[in-house]
Design a protein around this ligand. Structure first.
Ligand SMILES: CN1c2c(nc(N)[nH]c2=O)NC[C@@H]1CNc1ccc(C(=O)N[C@@H](CCC(=O)N[C@@H](CCC(=O)N[C@@H](CCC(=O)O)C(=O)O)C(=O)O)C(=O)O)cc1
Ligand SMILES: N[C@@H](CCS)C(=O)O
Ligand SMILES: [Zn+2]
Length: 781
């Protein structure tokens, strides 16, 4: 029978209930029982919504206190030995220690889930890892769903994806050596599910979207030959990319069905349909799990009908991927106008879309006449709306010439012009932009948004924060100052709120990691800049000091990556539109006397396509967009960029081609290993490799930073080396921020003295940090 389903539902809660409960629990304000009740209530609600919408099963196992990848490690019993926990008796408190670290141990590392803005916890394995099973939370939740009358479909991260995305913490080994044990553990779990009477299990193998080494691909058939015989029907889910090249492999796997992401790659259908075996389900992901646009029901029905004829009841339909990446419920957006709301669907509305599509497919279009007509009206209105199309913006993009993405002079000639007025000492010091976003700042903004604080009072409060940041930087002795970004809720949303072509939500939260969320703005139309966005704040900050104030902007690629983006025109074109808006802001900052300007691109690497074959095209347009945003200035104006969270070495030529005068990058957590590539590649401009990790409240000692400075000096010519932290300081508190910066400045003074005396830095006594650091605490609440 044709089934309608979703691959997973967001668990943070429509009002971020899980976030509030987690943070209360971590603060000690509520006990474990109260936390458990919040979790149970959220699961109950989300299952009810799926059932009420008319879906045939509910996803179980998508709920996680922190992260589903960590849950999988716990389920398998594969915990890092260094914590000394017994997986079979793991407590919720211990679970959070794995996620967030404890006094003795750093948290599990966190990294981006494929090309999304969600971070998962990276399981740690070693050659002796065991997989004897862990606590039975999944089985409990299945019983819970069933006791509420639902048809429970457990969702698991598949064994090959789990293993491939894990890391070895100690000596490197071939992770595939662990496959037999991992496979056996999955077989035991599936048998247990079968014994409970579970019929279908969704098993996610998104690594099929990547360029996989042959040994990993070859592992699929034998693993699933075994798992497919464990007594439950397996629906193997792929998503995020075209998996056409694996159609033969997938058709031959011992699974009962395969799921395809037809939103990302609709062309796959024509490859799969002709060769799809008569005994297997083909589940089509036709409702976008990663964006907020309402489905074009008529167009989707056409596609589904094409598959219906050959597949019959073996055709399933659902979301393209888990709805984890969507905000929860449009019903809470009472400030969006009716027209815009008719163009949108959040997770809850997507459930209805899937159910309606199933009905339309089985019972004919007449059975869904009302939603179909509404969908068609919305599509027509959207296509023709003056909110979307701004001919002047499009004309400006078309008129871009090659010279618009180039500075006048090359860097070697710009550098003396900049130094002539900047008069910076050797090893100039700066920070990445943000200073602590204190609860006073956040509650002032919340009061302003509620109308309880007027604009003038809010402005004064933010100016006071800016002044505080400036005075502290002066006292510390930094060379290039920042205003601190107090006025920004988020480095992307803030710009989305001010640019034409964007809409923003009140409550469209999406989990970024753990309890932390972001509210991506909605990029719905051609983008332009009605008025300056940052100039008044930066100019105010500059008015407070004679030192150079660095203007702070988010770059076009990062704004694109961290927004919900329209899908009717190419991403490359949208990015150029944003680039032009940023270019105008850069020009206005320069006019206002801000002559050092940073354009952040932390998502530049994240935007890289999953398949290498698509890289060069992306790097070409993304790099051009950055240069368009940065090239409209005088050669004496210094352009910085900043990148973090990334492995940069495989795209260094593209980073160099961005031609920023200075790049500050996250390097301290890799002990400067990330910098080596910059040295080998002979990166041509100035670099500020982070000399301390901002992700933990721990204050690094002067000697530790000196050691990293020495390592950096071995790779980057000293006249092109800057000293700065790894990333912004918004998630830190002031006491540790000041202490760490004080030490950074002291380390810099010592390094400068050594330089002046022509001696090497004395780093003999300095070992790498002995105390474990949180892997990434801006990501670790
Ligand atoms: C650098 N990172 C970012 C990513 N994506 C972005 N779009 N932005 C990023 O900065 N991706 C990669 C990383 C992810 N890292 C983080 C780090 C930290 C957070 C985080 O702290 N998120 C906050 C929400 C931030 C925000 O939008 N703040 C708003 C609203 C604050 C709020 O909740 N206010 C309360 C009232 C508070 C009070 O009265 O005291 C309310 O409205 O109810 C603001 O400052 O105005 C979080 O809390 O989750 C995210 C990603
Ligand atoms: N300017 C931003 C960059 C973060 S990646 C900040 O300092 O928070
Ligand atoms: Zn950063």
């Amino acid at each position: 029978m044709t089934q309608a389903h979703v691959l997973g539902f967001p668990h943070i809660g429509a009002q971020r209930e899980l976030k509030q409960a987690l943070e209360q629990f971590w603060r000690g304000d509520i006990d474990e029982n109260a936390l458990a009740q919040t979790g149970a209530q959220l699961r109950r609600t989300h299952w009810q919504w799926q059932r009420q919408a008319g879906l045939d099963s509910v996803a179980v196992g998508d709920f996680a206190w922190y992260d589903q990848m960590l849950n999988t490690a716990v389920l398998l019993g594969a915990l890092p030995r260094r914590f000394g926990f017994d997986a079979a008796t793991l407590t919720v408190r211990q679970y959070f220690e794995l996620a967030r670290g404890n006094a003795a141990q750093a948290a599990l590392e966190m990294t981006k889930w494929f090309d999304t803005n969600y971070h998962y916890l990276v399981p740690e394995l070693d050659a002796d890892s065991t997989f004897a099973g862990g606590v039975d939370w999944l089985f409990y939740e299945i019983d819970e769903a069933r006791s509420q009358g639902h048809c429970a479909r457990p969702v698991l991260i598949g064994p090959l994806t789990f293993l491939y995305l894990s890391k070895s913490r100690a000596v490197a080994f071939d992770k595939l050596d662990l496959l037999p044990q991992v496979q056996a553990a999955y077989a035991r779990i599936l048998q247990k599910l079968a014994a409970r009477g579970v019929q279908w299990v969704q098993i996610d193998e998104p690594i099929l979207a990547l360029d996989l080494p042959p040994a990993w691909l070859d592992a699929f058939a034998p693993v699933y030959r075994d798992l497919g015989s464990a007594g439950v029907k397996l629906l193997l889910a792929t998503y995020f990319e075209d998996v056409s090249e694996h159609a033969g492999l997938l058709a031959g796997l011992n699974v009962a069905g395969v799921h395809l992401d037809l939103v990302r790659a609709p062309q796959q259908l024509d490859v799969f349909l002709p060769q799809w075996p008569a005994d297997k389900v083909l589940s089509l992901g036709v409702v976008d799990g990663r964006n907020i646009w309402a489905n074009d029901l008529a167009a989707t029905l056409v596609l589904l009908r094409r598959a219906r004829q050959p597949l019959g009841a073996r055709l399933w339909l659902g979301s393209s991927c888990s709805l984890l990446h969507s905000p929860v419920d449009l019903a809470h957006e009472n400030q969006l106008d009716a027209e815009l709301r008719s163009w949108l669907a959040f997770a809850r509305q997507k459930l209805d879309e899937i159910a309606v599509l199933k009905q339309g497919l089985l019972d004919g279009a007449a059975a869904i006449a009302t939603p179909l007509a509404a969908s068609q009206r919305a599509q027509t209105a959207w296509r023709n709306s003056p909110r979307i199309h701004q001919p002047a913006v499009q004309a400006r993009v078309r008129a871009l010439r090659d010279a618009d993405s180039r500075r006048n002079l090359p860097y070697p000639q710009r550098q003396p012009l900049q130094q002539a007025w900047l008069q910076l000492p050797p090893l100039p010091t700066t920070t990445i932009g943000s200073f602590p976003q204190t609860s006073a700042i956040r509650s002032a903004r919340a009061a302003f948004k509620r109308g309880e604080l007027d604009a003038a009072a809010y402005q004064s409060a933010m100016q006071a924060e800016i002044e505080r940041a400036v005075r502290k930087q002066e006292a510390l002795g930094l060379d290039v100052l920042v205003h601190g970004e107090a006025e920004r809720n988020d480095m992307v949303e803030y710009f989305g709120e001010q640019l034409a072509g964007f809409a923003f939500t009140r409550n469209g939260w999406v989990q970024s990691y753990g309890s932390r969320c972001v509210k991506p703005p909605i990029l719905l139309g051609d983008v332009s800049r009605p008025q300056p966005m940052t100039v008044a704040w930066s100019a105010y900050a500059q008015s407070l000091t004679v030192r150079p104030m660095k203007g702070m902007l988010t770059g076009p690629v990062t704004i694109l990556q961290w927004s919900f983006v329209r899908s009717d025109i190419p991403r490359s074109e949208i990015t150029l539109q944003i680039a032009l808006a940023i270019r105008d802001e850069v020009a206005d900052l320069e006019q206002a006397g801000i002559r050092v300007i940073q354009i952040d691109e932390p998502a530049f690497r994240e935007g890289l396509p999953l398949k290498r074959r698509d890289w060069s095209r992306y790097l070409e347009w993304a790099g051009r967009a950055f240069r368009v945003s940065a090239s409209g200035v005088d050669d004496a104006t210094q352009i910085h960029t900043h990148m973090c969270y990334s492995e940069f070495n495989d795209i260094l030529p593209a980073i160099a081609a961005m031609d920023a005068d200075v790049i500050t990058i996250e390097t301290s957590r890799s002990d400067m290993a990330l910098l080596r590539g910059f040295g080998d590649f002979a990166y041509p401009n100035e670099i500020g490799p982070g000399v301390y990790d901002i992700h933990s409240p721990r204050v690094p000692a002067v000697a530790e930073m000196l050691r990293l400075i020495a390592k950096a000096q071995a790779v980057v010519p000293v006249e092109r080396l800057w000293i700065n932290p790894d990333c912004g300081l918004k998630t830190r508190g002031w006491p540790e921020t000041e202490a760490a910066l004080r030490n950074m400045l002291q380390a810099t003074r010592e390094a400068r003295a050594a330089l002046a005396q022509g001696r090497a830095l004395n780093i003999e006594a300095t070992a790498p940090a002995a105390v474990p650091q949180a892997a990434c605490a801006c990501k670790h609440a």
